[in-house]
Design a protein around this ligand. Sequence first.
Ligand code: CP
Ligand code: NVA
Length: 300
Amino acid sequence: MRSLLSICDIKDEIPEILELATKFKEGKINEKPLEDKTLAMIFQKSSTRTRVSFEVGMNELGGNAIFLSNNDIQMGRGEPIADTAKVLSRYVHGIMIRALEHEDVVEFSKESDVPIISGLTNLEHPCQALADILTVKEYFKDFNGKFTYVGDGNNVCNSLLLICACIGMNIAVACPEGYEPNEDIIKKANKIAKENNSYVVITNDVEVAVKNATVVYTDVWVSMGDEKEQGKRKKALKKYQVNQKLMELANQDAIFMHCLPAIRGEEVSGEVIDGPQSAVIDQAENRLHAQKAVLYYFLK
Ligand code: CP
Ligand code: NVA
C-alpha cells in the first residue's frame, strides 16, 4: 500500500506514469481497470480542476468518486484524523485529500489502510506537477530545456522543483527575498538534480532566471490560506509579474504555464496568459490524463 503525498514518493517512476498518462490520453487503454472501486475525495479548500478531473477520471476508469467537503464530514467538527482514516479505509479503495496542513495528510496516510493521494497541501501539489511535466513533454518531446518558475515559492513551486530534479530538467526559480521555496525541498531537489546531471537555481533576479527559458511558469501571489498577507504579498511580488516584456527574454518558442486559477494583472498579464505562448488549458486538460495514470498506479 503506497501513497502519493510528495513527488519524492514516485521519484523513479515518473517516466512510467507519464507514459501511462499518454496511453490514457490517446485512448489506448479501453478496459475499466477500477471497476467497483471507490475514491473518497476530501476537500478542506476550494477546487475546480482537481475535483472534476479526479471525479471524471474515476468514472472513466470504471469506478466511483465521493466528494466530501470539510463542512459535511465530522472531521470538520473535530473528529480525529485517525478515526476518519480508519473508518473510510473500510469503505473505499483510495482517498484523495486537499488539506490545509501537509502534516495532516501525512498523519492520515499513517492511519489509513488504503492509498492516500494529495490533491494539494500547503507544501506540495504533486498531481499538478505530473500534469505540468506531461504538458512539457508534449510540447518539446524531451526535457532538455530550462524550466523557469517566477513568483511565490509555494506548494506548486515545491513540487515543480522536485519533479524537474527527478526527470533531470534544469530549473530556475526567481522569487523575492522571503518568498523562497521550502528549504528542505530545495535541499532534496539539489541532491536529486545532481544525481541526474541537472541544476537547480534559486535567485531574486527574475531576468537572469527567464533568460533562455523554454518554460516560464507562475502561480498566484496569494495562495489559499495566505489571504491575511494579501497586501504584503502583492507589494513584495509586484516586480515578478510575467508580462510580454519578460517573456521576450525567454526562448522564442517558450511556453507560458500556470496551474490556474490565475489573476490577470497580478502574477501574469492578460496578454501573456491569453496569448499564443500560453499552454494553460492544455495543462488543465492534462490533470485528467495524469491523474488517471496515478489512480491506475495506486488503486488497481
Ligand atoms: N490547479 C488546481 O489545482 O486547480 P483547482 O484549485 O481548481 O483544483
Ligand atoms: N498555490 C495555489 C495553487 C492553487 C491550485 C494555492 O495553494 O492556492
